[in-house]
Structures are given as C-alpha cells and as structure tokens.
Design a protein around this ligand. Structure first.
Ligand code: BG6
Length: 476
C-alpha cells in the first residue's frame, strides 16, 4: 500500500537540533540526489508560519550551519519539499491539523522527536489519536533517553504504548560517524588486528572525547545531567562496546546488538571504596581558549553559583570477561578543553622476554591510534632501529599513518545524514536498543550513586587545558 517515499516530520522544527543538524543533513541528502521528488519535510512547531515562511527560516538555518555556500539550484528543489504545521503538542486537537497534511500522501511517516523527553508522551498520544502510529510509520528519538535506569524505563514505556520496538529508532549520532562505522570493519577484516585483540597483547585502551565547546547556552539542561550522563552513558559506552564486542554472526541489528549488550553487561561495577581511586570529576573555571577569555561554568548564562555538576569525567573501567580481564579502559571526556579531539588509543604490552628489553625506552609502547576527530585516520606507532653505523641497536619510535583524506576528496558526510538515510531504509543496526540503553544506565547509575555516597566533589580546571591535574592518582 505504501510507496517507498517518506514524510519526515520534525517535532521541534524551530529548535536548535533541527536547525543545526537535521535541516543541513537533509539538504546534503538532497544535494546527493538521495531524496526523491515525493519526499516531504514537515516542520512541526508552535508558530503561525505558512510553508513559505518556514522555508525562509530553513534557508537562514542552512546559511548559518551548512559550512558551505548554499547551492541555489539545489535549494530550489529542496524548498518545494518543505511544509509547516502549527501544533502545540500538549493540545490533542492540534494533531488534526497535522493529520490533514499527513493524509495528503501515502508516504511512510518518519517522526523525528527533536524535543525534550517530557514531550514524548504527548507526541505519542497525539499521533495515536489520529491513528498515524502504526507500522510502517516509525519514530526517531534523541537522547537523553532518561537520566537514570528508572526514568529511561519510564520514557520507553511511554513510547511502547503507541509504537513497537521495530518502529523505534533511538539515535546516538556517534554511531553514524564514518570513523565509528569503520571500527567493526577494521577489527573483523584485518588479521593483524583481529588476532591480537585481547588481554594477552593489549595493555590498556583509552577512549577520549575532548570538546572545546562549553555548554552552549544549555545550562538548565546540562546542569541536571552533567558530562557523564550527557556523553559517557551513550557515546563513550557505544564506542567501548564496538571496540570490545566479539564478532557478530551477521551485520544486522539483532546480531550486532546482541554482542554489544554482552560486553556492556560485563562492565564491572566500581566498588564504593574504589570510586575515588578510579574516577575523576572536573568542572571548568575561567581560562583562555584560542586566545579568548572563556568564562567559568559557574558564570555561564543562567547559572546557579553552587553547582557541583561535572563538565569533565575520567573513569577507569574494567570488563569482566575472558577476553578483557585485567585490561583497564580509560573513558575520558570534558568540555572547554584545549581543543576538540576524539580518539581511541590501544596500548600494546611490550614483549616480556624480548632480547631488546635493555634497549627499549619505557616511554614508548606499540600503539594503535584511531583518530575520530579531527584528521580522521589511523596511526600505528612501533619500534624501529635507528640507522647508525656507530650504534648497534638504538631503537626509536616510528609511525605509520593513514589519513582519510588520502582515500576521499570530499568532506566526510555528517552522522545525521547517514542516520536519517538508515531510518528510511528501515535498518536499525546503527540505532541503540532499549536493552543497551538500560544496561548502560545501570552501570552509570552505580557510579553516580557512589559519587553521591562518597560526597565526591568536582576538581576545578581552567578552560583551555586538558582537565584537572590527576598526575597524583593511579589513573592515566
Ligand atoms: C551531544 C551532547 O550528544 O554530543 C553534547 O549532548 C556534545 O553536549 C555533543 O557537545 C558532541 O558531539 P560531536 O559530534 O560534536 O562530538
């Protein structure tokens, strides 16, 4: 009955996510000729706009967030797809206005919930009331899906009243990044990595997502959440699970999720007595970033001067299974750090009985560095003999370096482009299941509870540095 064309309905069309990410991603898909003629983009929000006025706002957003000049030819095609519907999601009656637009075409509806989670219930109810919540229609929900295990279950229950699991696409935009997509390919196609990917060879793994931005005017949201819930529960634990999971039987959503859940379930709970040894919480103070003065977290707009919320976190984690026993995983992320830098570093053990033991410099290790951002690429660091007629074996640290720019000329597509496309294809492999979310929350909740019980305060760090000084701790 349904044709393979879509109405992409954005709840929260006026909001930041829509303007900053969704609209530019859809425009890029138009540019790549992926959006067919019948596709409509229906912005939903509280405004008395007609389609033309909405198009004007969209054009403004594109100019602001696209990082490239807008191609007028493409825009002329794109703007014809734009529709607007004035809906207050708390008012059930307003959904009939939406129904009038939705019923004009038998397109599959993809509803993007680009609004805070406390609106999800009303949106679901509204879509249910106009009978537009059944298969093959689907929804995309943005994080945070809850702020704890209990609240994530509650949010899920609200969604599941109106939508089945196969209709729910839970976004973690990191899963749409090319460098993250590459992790499984890298691990499961190359024997040089596949065969050494365990605790016999690997000494430690460090996952860092350093951000230069602050909280970007989101004080109220961020201050209830903090960096651990904002970044670790989702993005960093997803990266960790892709790095440590065993090989899935197939590359489909069920098989990949099954393996990811297995490692997430093996994450060792950090004991209360070890919490201050194994974690660090930080908060940024005034500092200098790119030569400009950056304000402290407590002086951000709308702030409450007594907040003890963390803008930086470092967690030493362990996975309690045969493959990873004894390997520490350092999960580190913070805002207002020196520069934007995301990477996974895999440290290899030195060969215990190497005949070169004496010649090795302790500061070096074999390392595999997977650069997520910037300069996407992969680097291997290894020992090499320095050519020198006078010395026998002076070993130096050498590098093999691969940059994505050597294989593609164009800019790598933004994660949202990829994820919107996957949702149209009805493929959930790059989306997170409720079970993954709950398992992650369980682990994060236990850390946050221990912080509370131990009254573990944030350590201050100046903006523009790499975070609090933890050189005196047993943690890298
Ligand atoms: C979001 C967080 O999920 O990810 C933000 O809510 C964070 O606080 C952002 O800044 C980071 O995403 P990226 O793609 O810029 O690393």
């Amino acid at each position: 009955k349904f044709i393979q064309s879509y109405d992409i309905v954005i709840f929260g069309a006026k909001g930041d996510l829509s303007c900053r990410k969704l609209i530019p991603a859809l425009y890029q898909l138009e540019k790549k000729k992926i959006l067919n003629q019948k596709i409509r983009i229906i912005g939903v929000g509280r405004a008395n706009w007609n389609n033309k006025e909405y198009a004007k706002k969209v054009f403004k957003a594109l100019n602001k967030f696209c990082n490239e000049p807008i191609d007028i030819k493409i825009w002329n095609i794109f703007k014809k797809k734009l529709h607007f519907c004035n809906v207050d999601v708390t008012n059930l009656k307003d959904f009939f206005l939406l129904k009038m637009i939705l019923s004009q075409l038998i397109n599959i509806k993809i509803y993007y919930f680009a609004m805070p989670p406390n609106t999800f219930n009303n949106i679901c109810k509204g879509l249910g009331s106009i009978n537009y919540n059944n298969k093959p229609h689907r929804i995309i929900v943005e994080k945070p899906i809850g702020t704890s295990l209990a609240s994530s279950k509650e949010t899920n229950q609200q969604l599941r009243k109106y939508f089945q699991e196969e209709q729910i696409f839970r976004i973690d935009h990191y899963l749409g990044k090319e460098t993250i997509l590459n992790l499984l390919a890298l691990r499961f196609t190359n024997p040089i990595f596949y065969n050494i990917w365990n605790n016999t060879t690997i000494e430690a793994i460090k996952i860092t997502v350093a951000e230069q931005v602050g909280i970007e005017g989101r004080w109220k949201y961020f201050n209830q959440i903090g960096q651990t819930r904002d970044m670790v529960q989702n993005h960093l634990l997803q990266i960790l699970s892709l790095i440590t999971m065993s090989q899935p039987k197939k590359l489909n959503a069920n098989c990949i999720r099954e393996k990811k859940i297995k490692v997430l379930k093996s994450l060792k709970k950090i004991k209360l007595k070890d919490i201050s040894k194994n974690t660090i919480r930080g908060q940024y103070t005034t500092g200098v970033i790119n030569g400009k003065l950056a304000t402290s977290y407590l002086n951000e707009k709308g702030s409450d001067k007594n907040s003890d919320i963390e803008t930086f976190v470092l967690i030493k984690a362990n996975i309690d299974n045969k493959m990873w026993k004894g390997v520490p995983f350092y999960l580190k992320t913070g805002k207002r750090l020196k520069s934007k830098k995301s990477e996974i570093v895999i440290y290899f053990k030195n060969i215990p009985n190497s005949v070169f033991k004496k010649n090795l410099n302790d500061n070096y290790k074999n390392k595999l560095i997977i650069r997520l951002e910037p300069n996407e690429g992969i680097e291997i660091q290894f020992f090499n003999k320095m050519p020198d007629i006078n010395s026998n074996y002076k070993l130096i640290n050498s590098k093999l370096n691969f940059n994505y720019t050597s294989i593609i000329k164009n800019k790598i597509s933004d994660a949202y482009e990829r994820l919107l496309l996957e949702s149209m294809k009805n493929d959930q492999s790059l989306f997170v299941s409720q079970e993954e979310i709950e398992t992650s929350w369980e682990w994060i909740d236990s850390i946050i509870n221990s912080w509370k019980l131990n009254n573990m305060k944030v350590q201050l760090y100046p903006s523009g540095t790499w975070g609090p000084d933890f050189s005196n701790k047993n943690i890298k």
